[in-house]
Design a protein around this ligand. Structure first.
Ligand code: NDP
Length: 284
């Protein structure tokens, strides 16, 4: 059996086209402010890609690029100014921040209605409580979208998530629990991970360990979602050994072209939702 590939690139494009059509009808366009501190080349590429995608959809998007030595208080001041500007619908601060800046304080400064990354404690708390007002973090939201598109209703499925970070593992565990999955979250201290992973109907690898998930970790017919972005000898790969695992899984996401493109699409989706909430108190 060879797994069917879950095409995140095509799905993300469809979502972006649908959003673009809706935005075309809005007189005032949604506005996303992206803040980047320092000169990390990968972060700069990520942010430019976000800006390009936003602009291609008809949104306005500026990158506020600040020098590495920016003081924490200066960053807080900028965020507070953007919080108070009615035309700004979403604010995103690119992580990681330089070491002298306290990221928790920065994330907590973003107004919760503009927290389109969903990393702030208010939105994380709402998601944890299964409150529909929660703005869910983009990567887990994209994963859920792919899963529901592929499997339909995920009720009763056993999802094993490898990784417990605040940006992927934890929010994904809430999203899947809210959709009536039985969720197990594994991490670096989990004992006998391969045996646990083999119990999964849905196996999500978000641990940043290149090709860690092998064929014998996967139940026949499972759905495997690979969140990892790693490089081996300059070549991109995920946390799943794709060539092996595709022979056992029923569905699998590739790297690149799986979860990655969905993250940007869902960030822009969150920005549109924030725009509608702020301007019309409407659901999309
Ligand atoms: P973090 O480093 O914040 O978290 C990694 C998690 O994996 C931790 O919970 C850690 O456990 C766990 N882990 C690490 N090693 C092992 C192991 N050997 N066995 C089991 N668990 C392990 O990573 P992120 O969540 O930020 O990212 C994970 C991966 O996803 C990275 O490759 C990242 O680049 C990618 N990513 C991709 C995105 C996309 O859009 N496609 C978006 C965000 C991330 P512990 O808590 O015990 O340390």
């Amino acid at each position: 059996m060879t797994a069917q590939i879950i095409d995140g690139k095509a799905t993300a494009e469809k979502i972006r086209n649908e959003l673009a059509e809706r935005i075309a009808g809005w007189e005032v366009k949604p506005y996303l402010a992206v803040i980047l501190v320092g000169n990390d080349p990968a972060s700069l590429i990520y942010d430019r890609n976000k800006q390009k995608a936003a602009q291609a959809m008809g949104m306005a998007c500026d990158i506020y690029h600040l020098p590495e030595e920016t003081k924490e208080d200066e960053l807080v001041e900028l965020i507070e100014r953007l919080n108070g500007e009615p035309r700004v619908n979403g604010i995103l601060v690119q992580m990681p921040l330089p070491r002298h800046i306290n990221s928790s304080r920065i994330i907590e400064t973003i107004a919760h209605e503009k927290d389109v990354d969903g990393f702030g404690p208010y939105n994380a708390g709402l998601l944890h409580e299964n409150d529909p007002r929660a703005m869910a973090a983009a990567t887990p939201k994209g994963i859920l979208y792919l899963l529901e598109q592929t499997l339909g209703d995920v009720t009763g499925k056993h999802a094993v998530i490898i990784g417990r970070s605040n940006i992927v593992g934890r929010p994904l565990s809430s999203l899947l629990l809210n959709k009536n999955c039985t969720v197990t979250v594994a991490h670096s201290k989990t004992v006998n991970l391969p045996a646990l992973a083999r119990q999964a109907d849905i196996l999500v690898a978000a641990c940043g360990q290149p090709k860690m998930v092998k064929k014998d970790w996967v139940k026949e017919g499972a759905t495997v979602i690979d969140v990892g972005i790693n490089r081996i000898d300059g070549k991109l790969c995920g946390d799943v050994d794709f060539d092996e695992v595709k022979e056992k899984a029923a569905y699998i996401t590739p790297v690149p072209g799986g979860v990655g493109p969905m993250t940007i699409a869902m960030l822009l989706d969150n920005t549109c939702q924030a725009y509608l909430n702020q301007n019309y108190n409407l659901k999309k």
